[in-house]
Design a protein around this ligand. Structure first.
Ligand code: KG4
Ligand code: ZN
Length: 349
């Protein structure tokens, strides 16, 4: 643990959060649990390749990290010397990308002689719900978190800030990949998830029926759906070459409907199994209007208490890293400079 001279008062705690696990370089400043700046630099470079290219991502992080951190501090009106600690994403993610954020965080922590706090990316997605904002509707423990992103699909029982238990997860593709890969099959640019959502709003969700996977327990599988959509479209396009463009809204609505049904079926099962009716969604796919609507319906019909984070805290961001940094700071959970980021880390780490 770095020796540091700052006392740990309960007030005026400023945490700088840094996120660089995939293709977004993000920095945020948090004061006593409230976000005072939250900046993200997206990497447009990957669009032309139809997916994230790891080598290009780490290079772009190197270019972006100094300006993004600088902007976050300036917008917050906070000087580096006022910071109490630096929190950064230690994994899971792309190793080359994680290394950029980690090296930067370590250097800044050393230079300022303040604690360094490594953060688990998926825990950050879940604990983003504890960012104090106008909602003031923080989830009570225990709750179930449905973490749905481009890299993960999990149902997690959250008993406390740092007591997480995975109840189920995907055996192959993540739900974000299911959106992005089927979008790619339809010729849409990367990332296709938000586009499917957009077209789905004008389409009929029952226009086409796609099979739902049969997976035991609370685990998920999405690779079969992608393959069945691929074969379905190949067949249809033989008969009618512009089938996709003519049916884009209905196809998007039907794909989204199937994916949302798969998620909701397992969530219903998890509620039944645990008796927990507090549901929080996290990760980039929680921006999806279909899943949000399905959850609102369950809230009304099944007496669920549903927690949906503000949009800016759903996709990859540094505010969620900063809030976990704040929670760890209060407990004195700091890291050593020999911490190595990892592409895969268990959720309890
Ligand atoms: O959490 P996130 O920003 O990055 C990861 O850690 O993966 O999630 C990105 C994923 C992408 O697959 C993207 O297509 C998906 O979230 N996504 C959506 C929507 N917005 C983002 N998928 C469906 N509907 C959306 N509105
Ligand atoms: Zn993420």
């Amino acid at each position: 643990m770095p020796e540091n001279s700052k006392n740990q008062n309960k007030e005026n705690i400023y945490i700088l959060g840094i996120e660089s696990s995939c293709d977004d370089t993000a920095a945020a400043v948090l004061k006593d649990g409230k976000i005072i700046s939250n900046k993200v630099a997206n990497q447009a470079i990957h669009e032309q390749y139809g997916g994230v290219v790891p080598e290009l991502a780490s290079r772009a992080h190197q270019q972006n990290i100094v300006p993004v951190v600088d902007l976050a501090l300036k917008e917050a009106g906070v000087k580096p010397s006022e910071l109490s600690a630096i929190a950064f994403t230690k994994g899971p993610g792309l190793l080359g990308s994680l290394l950029v954020g980690t090296s930067f965080a370590k250097s800044m922590s050393l230079a300022l002689n303040i604690p360094l706090i490594g953060i688990h990316h998926m825990k950050a997605h879940v604990l983003a719900h504890f960012i104090k904002d106008d909602r003031m509707n923080l989830p009570e423990f225990p709750f179930l978190a449905l973490t749905i992103s481009g890299g993960h699909t999990q149902i997690v029982q959250v008993n406390d800030y740092f007591d997480f238990k995975i109840l189920g997860e995907t055996l192959d593709d993540a739900v974000g990949e299911a959106f992005d890969k089927t979008a790619k099959i339809m010729g849409l640019p990367y990332p296709g998830g938000p586009l499917i959502d957009k077209y789905a709003q004008k389409g009929n969700p029952k226009a086409f029926k796609f099979p739902k996977p049969k997976v035991a327990g609370l685990n998920f599988s999405f690779s079969g759906l992608k393959t069945s959509i691929l074969y379905f479209l190949q067949k249809k396009q033989k008969e009618e070459p512009d089938f996709v463009s003519k049916n884009l809204n209905d196809l998007s609505a039907s794909i989204q409907y199937t994916i949302v049904q798969i998620l909701m079926d397992k969530l219903q099962k998890a509620v039944k199994q645990t008796g927990i009716r507090r549901i929080a969604i996290a990760g980039g796919v929680s921006a999806n209007s279909g899943i949000r609507q399905a959850l609102r319906i369950a809230q009304q019909n099944d007496a669920w208490q549903v927690y949906i984070p503000n949009f800016e805290y759903t996709t990859d961001n540094a505010a969620m890293v900063a809030i976990v940094g704040y929670l760890k700071y209060q407990q004195g959970l700091f890291d050593d400079y020999d911490l190595i980021p990892k592409a895969r880390i268990p959720l309890h780490d």
